[in-house]
Design a protein around this ligand. Structure first.
Ligand code: GCO
Length: 447
């Protein structure tokens, strides 16, 4: 990195994972199936036909993974709790599942690593029929939040309700590429509403049990640029941002949804009840922002695009500035999107809860030279340093991800870890990026 601003000593450095992507142990300790288990079992849903049954076997290997994290210098760890592990079908506590997380959390604290738990990272219990299309699910989420607060809250200083509810709602119910695989625009908006209701009810439920936890939510805001100055392209980019940003941020601050989104919902808009927005708007101690890339939109063409109001233009795969999954490397976007949000909503303190790159470099002879990821992290941390120095209230950064893991519809074909995982042997190999981060964290100055 070139000479640049310094991070404050209090800045927090961590890594992130999610339960379904790493744990495996799919039917151990009384764990129930989630909608992602069901989705993986449907032919054609996952690129390499894989599933989360074993994943990184973190369920059994967590002590070693925590030791590795500590060796690499991470003092903060963002992970998710599997709802399906800690609750029985009739809504009671599952002591075996809770015991797993108690052992995990105890091991983290013993290593001086501060946990940041997400309650819902997409793995909805399959037995909650109707899923996010039913209002009832939001109330079940609140019961789950209260249970975790009661059982594990003493070990959890910081908790987020949801991770990227946009993905659950829109990838899951409009594009249909994520579980549960529905393709219906109004349904996606209804799911988004119920997710935000779950967030609000969840915060109320948690606070009714304990008041010493910092509580928030993790979003993946969109920075969408128009493909041209043509008014139809500019309008399309705006609609993409309304869907991705306003639908989630407005309720957090007691603001109604944009009229365009209510219109797209059609008659289902009637299922948004008076008072719901106020429930969503619980006080936030922090907000987590996940950033990977920006997108480019143009005027819609197909029927599905017309229902959305935009169409995305993917970057030309020949461009050199893409990660292995085909996403543009665009560090300025981290600052642009953060400033855009701050101009529109009174955000609480920010943590960058995910940032990272797909780089599928193989491990050879105990080493993995992931140069795409290394350059990606260096450019984004240089951008972040400038943002922090300019006074934006960002308190920490979690790299996505500690380990290569189950990348949802991409299966194991895309590797996001700073540590390589050989899925046949479960061998972990820290990559060049991990060694660089280790050094950086010990003296986090872009020099
Ligand atoms: C996310 C996802 C991660 C993905 C990552 C890369 O919250 O976006 O949590 O699960 O693996 O974003 O696509």
């Amino acid at each position: 990195m070139t000479e640049g601003p310094r991070f404050p000593a209090s800045f927090e450095w961590g890594c992130a994972t999610a339960a379904f992507q790493i744990e495996g142990g799919a039917s151990e300790g009384g764990k129930l199936p989630s909608i992602w288990d069901d989705f993986c079992a449907q032919p054609g849903r996952i690129k390499d036909g894989s599933d989360g049954l074993v994943a990184c076997d973190h369920y059994h290997r967590f002590p070693d993974d925590i030791a590795l994290m500590a060796d690499l210098g991470f003092r903060h760890y963002r992970f998710s709790i599997a709802w399906t592990r800690v609750i029985t079908e009739d809504g009671r506590a599952n002591p075996q599942g809770l015991d797993f997380y108690r052992r995990l959390l105890t091991a983290l604290h013993e290593r001086g690593i501060t946990p940041n738990a997400t309650l819902f990272h997409w793995d909805l219990p399959a037995h909650l029929k109707g899923g996010w299309l039913r209002r009832e699910t939001a109330y079940r989420f609140a019961d789950y939040a209260a249970l975790v607060a009661d059982e594990l809250g003493d070990l959890l200083p910081r908790v987020a309700t949801l991770n990227e509810p946009w993905c659950s709602a829109f990838l899951g119910h409009d594009l249909g590429v994520f579980a549960p695989g529905v393709q219906d625009r109004p349904s996606a908006l209804l799911a988004a509403h119920h997710l935000m209701l779950a967030h609000g009810l969840g915060l109320q439920a948690w606070r009714s049990v304990r008041r010493d936890t910092q509580l928030g939510i993790v979003l993946n805001p969109e920075l969408c640029d128009a493909a041209s100055d043509a008014p139809a392209d500019v309008a399309a980019a705006r609609l993409a941002e309304l869907e991705r940003n306003d639908v989630f941020l407005n309720p957090l601050f007691n603001r109604e949804w944009p009229a365009e989104m209510l219109e797209q919902m059609g008659p289902l808009a009637g299922q948004r009840l008076p008072g719901d927005t106020a429930i969503c708007a619980q006080p936030l101690d922090f907000i987590g922002l996940n950033y990977y890339t920006r997108s480019i939109a143009q005027a819609p063409v197909s029927d599905a695009e017309l229902a959305r109001g935009y169409r995305f233009v993917p970057p030309d795969p020949q461009r050199p500035d893409l990660t292995d999954i085909g996403w543009e490397i665009y560090p300025q976007g981290l600052e642009r999107v953060t400033r855009k949000l701050l101009a529109q909503w009174p955000l609480p303190p920010i943590w960058i809860t995910e940032n990272g790159a797909a780089d599928n470099t193989p491990a050879v002879d105990g080493a993995c030279d992931d140069q795409i990821r290394l350059a990606y992290l260096q450019s984004h941390l240089a951008q972040l340093a400038q943002m922090v120095a300019s006074g934006i209230d960002i308190r920490g950064y979690y790299v996505w991800s500690l380990l290569d893991n189950f990348e949802w519809a991409q299966g194991y074909s895309q590797r996001f870890g700073v540590v390589h995982v050989d899925y046949a042997t479960q061998q972990r190999t820290p990559k060049a990026s991990a060694h660089w981060l280790q050094h950086f964290i010990s003296s986090p100055q872009p020099t």
